[in-house]
Design a protein around this ligand. Structure first.
Ligand code: ADP
Ligand code: MG
Length: 486
């Protein structure tokens, strides 16, 4: 992975150094310090309490459920959960921030260091370090495109709870960055602590990137904001890497600055020079006590953790004998993994089941623009189909026709097999009768075969299968044909 991720410049090869800050909106009913709803898509300024609007004299009240969600996420990231953490004011001025400061966490975050394993496209895995996870308020939104002269502010998002998950600068390529974001997203969705919906902005990433010659010290980084899809992130990283290499090779220096990704022009451009921590004048928020977690709370949350993606992947490999690729496709969504397990339970054969879920079902759903949730074929019904393949009631080719019917009608496999009389023919006498007929209808091919053209076996098999309506057992056809011809 590291090898081919290097980029050739005029002065030799360059390596990317990347660290990501992911902002994940916490799944909850209400905001971090107020009872206002965080529902997406409401009319502007309808989900705004007096606290969110920063009316004078309003006091923040910490949302306990959000705290539990952050703790759960900490455990899910194999990270240190801190029994004491402190909310701090991060001071800056912006029209969409009526308080004039953001309540965040600074030197005492709720979650400290951890690590996750990411799955790379070549099938290998890599450990990426987590530096911290802290809770903070989201800002509102400035709207610049509703009026030619005016800007508007929508405070619906103001005060929503975000988890900022900061990675170590362990990432070395755009592929690794994508794999990291995918894995974080998967873990959050498994935990139910963030819906991971990048389209709706509930997960956003800032990309910190610098370039170095392999083995040398880290260079100066730029931070890219406004990256709200994996595709945009990949493009932004590639653009930024080349921009920085060019600057350095021309004898210049990369500015430590915040840049903005422009998804239309496909370039990054400067937004502002990077603030240092002291520019924010952090100090503990005097309206909030330090947050302390009891052992009981931590134990209770630990006991509610679901089986996480990596554990499920390894279990699928061990228990069902799947390869790493199939296992990772099946565990990508919790509901998909559960569906598969039901198919195996009913169908009895783990590998046939994996093949049918991955290659047939997911493909057909995709084509029909449906999700697993509204699949016309239930897991039990697909399991029944697998069972009929496994016990040789039908062969694989007929099974595809049955499956197409199941997708269309929602009927069970057995119903369709019965209604259409599709049971596989395994009666030796019946197959032999068909073979005899095929051979006597094709005397010249029989002669050619006997003369040494063994490729013709395929022709005979095809003919026999055809005149059996596809129902003859293919391996029996093969065996019996060889016997009669040989
Ligand atoms: P800040 O709070 O100013 O954004 P941090 O030290 O918290 O700075 O780092 C933010 C992110 O930048 C982290 O994800 C970290 O891994 C990454 N990072 C730090 N140094 C570098 C570097 N030289 N090149 C690339 N990324 C870096
Ligand atoms: Mg930062």
């Amino acid at each position: 992975m590291t090898q081919h991720a290097l980029i050739k410049g005029e002065t030799g090869e360059w390596e990317m150094v990347i660290g990501l800050e992911i902002h994940a909106q916490v799944t909850a009913k209400s905001k971090l310090f107020s009872g206002a709803s965080i529902e997406f898509g409401a009319a502007p300024n309808t989900h705004v309490s007096l606290v969110d609007a920063a009316m004078p004299g309003m006091l923040p009240v910490l949302n306990e459920y959000v705290v539990e969600q952050a703790v759960k996420t900490g455990f899910g990231l194999n990270a240190q959960v801190n029994k004491t953490s402190v909310f701090a004011r991060k001071n800056y001025f912006y029209p969409d921030l009526p308080q004039g400061y953001q309540i965040s966490q600074y030197d005492q975050p709720i979650v400290g260091t951890g690590e996750i394993e990411v799955d790379l496209p070549d099938g290998s895995t890599k450990i990426i370090g987590i530096t911290r996870l802290h809770l903070e308020q989201d800002a509102g939104k400035s709207v610049h495109d509703m009026h030619p002269q005016k800007s508007y502010v929508d405070l619906n998002r103001s005060g929503s709870a975000l988890m900022e998950i900061v990675s170590e600068p362990d990432i070395r390529s755009a592929d690794e960055a994508a794999a990291y974001v995918n894995k974080i997203r998967m873990i959050l969705r498994y935990l139910g602590t963030c819906d991971g919906n990048m389209d709706e902005g509930s997960m956003r990433a800032d990309v910190n990137i610098s370039m170095r010659k392999p083995g040398e010290e880290f260079g100066t980084r730029a931070e890219i904001k406004n990256v709200n899809s994996i595709k945009a992130m990949t493009q932004a990283i590639q653009f930024e890497a080349l921009r920085q290499i060019e600057i350095i090779e021309d004898g210049g220096e990369v500015d430590q600055e915040t840049r903005l990704w422009d998804p239309v022009k496909l370039e990054t451009r400067p937004l502002r020079s990077k603030e240092d921590a002291h520019d924010y004048r952090y100090f503990p928020d005097p309206d909030l006590l330090p947050l302390t977690l009891t052992d009981e709370l931590m134990e209770r949350i630990k006991s509610t953790l679901p089986e996480l993606p990596d554990a499920k992947k390894h279990r699928f490999m061990n228990e069902f004998g799947l390869n790493a690729y199939d296992a990772s496709v099946l565990i990508a969504e919790q509901s998909r993994a559960a569906y598969y397990e039901t198919v195996v339970k009913t169908g009895g054969d783990a590998k046939i089941s994996a093949n049918w879920v991955i290659n047939e079902l997911l493909g057909a759903l995709n084509k029909a623009e449906k999700t697993l949730d509204d699949s016309p074929v239930s897991a039990e019904n697909l399991g029944e189909l697998v069972a009929r393949i496994h016990d040789k009631t039908i062969n694989g080719k007929i099974a595809k026709d049955v499956f197409a019917d199941m997708m269309e009608t929602g009927k069970s496999a057995d119903t369709i097999i019965d209604e259409k009389g599709l049971k596989q023919v395994t009666d030796i006498g019946a197959i032999e009768a068909i073979i005899d007929e095929v051979l006597s209808n094709n005397p010249s091919q029989v002669e050619a075969y006997k003369g040494g053209n063994e490729k013709l076996l395929g022709f005979f098999v095809g003919q026999v299968m055809k005149s059996s309506g596809g129902k003859a057992n293919p391996s029996m056809v093969n065996e019996l044909l060889k016997g009669k011809l040989g």
